[in-house]
Design a binder for this molecule. Structure first.
Ligand code: SF4
Length: 335
């Protein structure tokens, strides 16, 4: 191994990725395809990844789809183009496989808003409550939960719990409030939020609607209540994508991370998708964590099989239990 690679591996923990120069003339798409075959590797990409990464992925999806795909793949290596908690979920479900994340620092503001030690103390205040946690949380929070849910199945998961059973919902307060309205259940909420979905400006969305009166507003339930109230459709990223395929409108204002627009436009080339603006001048509707992954980092992590996600077995087993519970309830409900 040459000196540059050895140094880059030593610095991996500090920088979060293998900082090795990639030849600008290299055809990264072809090289990644070659590495997939040579190493029996599969690439899973979240909808919020940059378009080039989505185009080389074997499977593109949201949290539930990706976690199910991670469980059934027979690849030796799972390359997870997403954020840390997603790669952790793949490792929880596929402990015998090597799970790689192109940039270890691709975290999540929502997952980070629930540190396990604080959440443990919070949970202790409600000993009779069942804990339902949104999949966007760390393995530590999963291990402290009874059932995991996603934005697609959350309503059904809550409805599967007996009505007299009190519930704590974590970590997203906006999704939790939305679910309280939908299910009529009075849940105790952890006060966490996603920095991307919180930033959308209701005022700017309404101004856009004046300019595009026929456009339908599609919003993710991690958005604030005022935004969800003006939406024509509220759903997970997959739900939003499917809605835009079956619906007859020609124009949509999309209130979620901009990465989803790539698949929406690919699948509906004749329709117009307008990204909803954030409440300031920055590009804050792009998730800065998701966008840490690049095609170069994806190539390097496949070539050198670093950075790898590892997990202590006790934590893995404790975190797997509530995910298994979610998959059982989802299967029974035909989701
Ligand atoms: S969009 Fe929000 S919830 Fe998703 S990874 Fe980024 S910060 Fe986390």
């Amino acid at each position: 191994m040459n000196k540059e690679v050895t140094e880059a591996k030593k610095n991996l923990q500090k920088s979060g990725f293998l900082n090795i120069a990639v030849d600008v003339n290299m055809d990264l798409f072809a090289e990644i395809e070659k590495l997939k075959k040579e190493k029996n590797a599969i690439i899973l990409a979240h909808y919020y990844q940059e378009p080039d990464i989505q185009d080389v992925a074997d499977y593109i999806g949201d949290s539930l789809g990706l976690s199910q795909q991670a469980a059934k793949t027979d690849a030796d290596i799972i390359v997870f183009a997403g954020v840390h908690f997603m790669a952790e979920t793949a490792k929880i479900l596929s402990p015998q496989k090597k799970v790689l994340l192109p940039d270890l620092k691709a975290g999540c503001s929502l997952a980070d808003s629930a540190p396990p030690e604080l959440f443990r103390k919070f949970r202790e205040k409600y000993p009779d409550h069942l804990v339902i946690s949104y999949i966007n949380c760390s393995a530590g929070i999963k291990a402290l939960s009874d059932i995991i849910c996603t934005s697609s199945n959350a309503e059904k998961i809550i409805e599967s719990v007996p009505k007299d059973q009190p519930i704590i919902f974590a970590p997203d307060r906006n999704l939790g409030s939305y679910l309280i309205k939908k299910t009529g259940r009075d849940m105790v909420l952890w006060n966490g939020a996603c920095m991307v979905h919180e930033i959308f400006s209701l005022e700017k969305i309404l101004k856009l609607k004046v300019r595009h009166p026929k456009a339908k507003i599609l919003a993710h339930p991690e958005c604030e209540a005022a935004v969800l109230e003006v939406a024509d459709f509220v759903g997970s990223t997959t739900g939003i994508l499917k809605f835009s395929q079956r619906d007859e409108a020609q124009e949509y204002i999309v209130v979620t991370e901009t990465g989803i627009l790539h698949q929406m436009q690919k699948e509906n080339p004749q329709k117009t998708f307008i990204p909803a603006p954030p409440n300031n001048a920055c590009a804050c509707n792009d998730c800065p964590h998701m966008k840490l992954n690049t095609l170069e980092k994806l190539y390097l992590c496949m070539e050198y099989e670093e950075p790898e996600i590892t997990m202590e077995e006790g934590l893995r087993l404790a975190a797997k239990k509530p995910i298994d519970r979610m998959l059982e309830i989802s299967a029974a409900a035909g989701l």
